[in-house]
Design a protein around this ligand. Structure first.
Ligand SMILES: [Zn+2]
Length: 277
């Protein structure tokens, strides 16, 4: 989740950001193509200031099982939205046609104003990942959309200006611990693993939150806590180091999403074996 620090204003973007990662109109056009190619709808479910906010669902409403992925709740963390779009460009059409694949609930960018303005907060200065339970757009509309949904896993894509490597908060109510394997899958050829032992007050080991989280002690109302309380027994918040090159950060996020899906497919296969399908 990182600290509320933004790069200095007026700083020239590095060459790698020539991919227009803060151009929301471009991101939406890409998602329209992605959704069309996969035979799915890009659904506008809310507006934030003048920006439409979208989701893509591969199965009906309410969703039972599968994966929830959200990106871009912090606008100055562009690797998440870029990676989710890249993952979907490469895989969503095939995934959507595979009837045995886990269902998906994708949020390409939860804070478009922040993305466009390279700010962590929304247009009124609020950190949306600290007020997830409040009655404000697009969070209130999203909570309504999630009503009755139960996912196997919820995934939140973030970045951190203080990090020197990738790391993961993995919280669950009894599901398998996948964290170490997931981190290995996405860092081995992309990024180092964070070595700090304490991040935002939480104790980490080898880039993984190695402490049981007391939900009551979590400050504010983060998206991850809301998902864990109401919609998923297993929640992962993946963070990449903002000061590293964008291409490497995006690659790590793409691999993280793929690794999560691989684990979910294994889980489905196991469930299928048990029930004889
Ligand atoms: Zn963040």
């Amino acid at each position: 989740m990182g600290h509320p620090r933004a790069p200095a204003a007026g700083m020239a973007p590095p060459r790698e950001t020539a991919q227009r990662v803060h151009d929301y109109g471009h991101l939406v056009r890409r998602w329209r193509r992605i959704a069309r190619g996969a035979g799915l709808r890009l659904e506008e479910f809310a507006r934030q200031d003048e920006f439409p906010v979208f989701c893509v669902r591969t199965k009906g409403d309410p969703m039972e099982g599968g994966l929830y992925v959200s990106a871009g709740i912090h606008g100055d963390e562009p690797a998440g939205p870029e990676a989710l779009a890249q993952w979907a460009e490469a895989h969503l059409a095939t995934h959507a046609r595979d009837l045995s694949a886990p269902s998906l609930f994708l949020l390409p960018c939860l804070n478009p104003w922040g993305l466009v303005n390279n700010r962590r907060s929304d247009h009124k200065g609020r950190d949306l990942n600290r007020v997830f339970d409040r009655r404000l757009s697009p969070l209130a509309e999203l909570r309504r959309l999630l009503d009755g949904c139960r996912f196997d896993l919820a995934l939140h894509l973030h970045e951190d200006y203080d990090a020197q490597g990738a790391y993961l908060y993995e919280v669950h109510t009894g599901a398998a611990r996948w964290g170490a394997g997931l981190l290995r899958a996405c860092t081995s050829r992309s990024l180092p693993v964070e070595t700090r032992r304490r991040i935002d007050g939480w104790r980490f080991r080898d880039g993984l939150l190695a402490q049981r989280i007391d939900l009551g002690a979590v400050p504010g109302q983060p998206e991850a806590v809301h998902l864990l309380r109401h919609h998923a027994p297993h929640v992962c918040t993946f963070e990449t180091p903002s000061e590293f090159g964008l291409v490497r950060r995006v690659r790590a996020h793409v691999r993280f999403v793929s690794a999560c899906l691989k684990q979910l497919k294994r889980l489905e296969t196991k469930k299928g074996a048990k029930t004889g399908f």
